[in-house]
Design a protein around this ligand. Sequence first.
Ligand SMILES: *Cc1c(COP(=O)(O)O)cnc(C)c1O
Length: 378
Amino acid sequence: MNKTNIPPFDATVQYQKIADQIEKSICAVMAGGRYIMGPQVKEFEIQFAQYLGCEQVISCNSGTDALHLALRALRIGSGDEVITTPFTFIATTEAIGIVGATPVFVDVDFSSYNIDTSLIEAKITERTKAILPVHLYGRPCNMTAIMEIARKYNLKVIEDCAQATGATWDGKKVGTIGDAGCFSFFPTKNLGCFGDGGAVATSDPEIAERVEYLRRHGGKVKYHHEELGLNSRLDTVQATVLLIKLPYLDQWNAARSAIANYYLKQLAHVKGIILPDVVQGGNSVWNQFTIRVLNGQRDNLQKILKEKGVASMVYYPIPLHLQEVHTDLGYTSGSFPVSEQLSCEVLSLPMFPELEPTAQQIVTETVSQALADIYCFQ
Ligand SMILES: *Cc1c(COP(=O)(O)O)cnc(C)c1O
C-alpha cells in the first residue's frame, strides 16, 4: 500500500482539469505580444466586477499592492491611524506601514477569529482614518457592525478579502461593502493565478481612478506624473488564467464548503478540539478549515499528523503585535489575549476543492485517532 501523503493544498489536480484551455490561451498571449496590459486585463476586470457586484475592479500585481493602492487612493498616510486585527498575515499591516500610517490593533473574538467589533469604538481617536477588517480563512467579518461604526465616526473601510474571494455577508460579496475591497490571486487563494496577482474592487469612481493611475507610476497621461505611484500591473498572462478560472469559482467554493461540512460532521464529537462556528449572516468560502487544539496539544497533534502523512498548517504562529517588525508600536505579550491564545491553538487541515473523499476520510480519522491516543496516554 502507498504511504499516505495528503498535502495542505495542491494546485496540480485543478490545473489538469483546465490545462487544454489554459495552454491554448497562454500560447495565444505569447504569440500576440501584448504582455503588459493586453485586452485580457480589462476583460478580467469587467468580469470580476460583474461577479462581485460592484462598479469597478482595478487589477494589480498582488494582494499586498491592492491594500497599498487602496490606502493611497484614500489618501491615508503619515500621521493617520488604521484600525485592524493582529491575527492576520503580515501583508495587512505592511501596507498600512508602507504608506506611513500606523496600524492600531483590536483583538479578535473566539467565535469568528475575526476583529471583535465590540472593541473597535474604544480604539478610535482623532487620527483614525479607516477600519481594515480581514475576512480570515474565508470567513466574513461582521460587516454590518463595522459599517455602522464607520458611518458614525466618518471612517473609511478597506476590506482585506485576500482569503475570501466569493464569500458573502448579508447577501453581498465581501469586498463590495466597504469603500474598497482588496483581493489576492496568489496560487493558494480561492481564485489563484500562476504567480502573483491582485485587485481592488470599488464602486467609488474617485477611488477607482486613483488606484488605476497609481498602479502605473502615478500618471494619468503617459510620461506625465502627478504623484509617486507603483509599477503594479496584472500580467496579461495572469489575467488570461483568471478569465478561464473565474467561471469555476462558485463551483470550487461549493466543493470547499462540502469538505468543510464533512469535517464538521466527522469531527463533531472529538475531544480536545474546537471546530469553527457556523457563520450567522453570511457564507464562508473556506480558504482554510481551522480548528483549535486545546490543552497545549497543537504542536504535538501536528507532529503526529505529519508522521501519518497528513499535512497541516499554522496560520499564524505569532500575532502581528508581537512581530519584531512592529516592536515600535509598543504592544507586549498580553496586549491581545485572544489572538495570542489562538496563535498557540490554531491548526488548518488540508483544504482544496479537489481533495478526494478518501483523503477527507483519512484526515478526519487520523485527527480523531491522534487525539484519542493523546488523551488516553496521558
Ligand atoms: C495572501 C494575503 C495577503 C497578500 O496577498 P499577496 O497577493 O500574497 O500579496 C494579504 N492579506 C491576507 C490576509 C492574505 O492572506
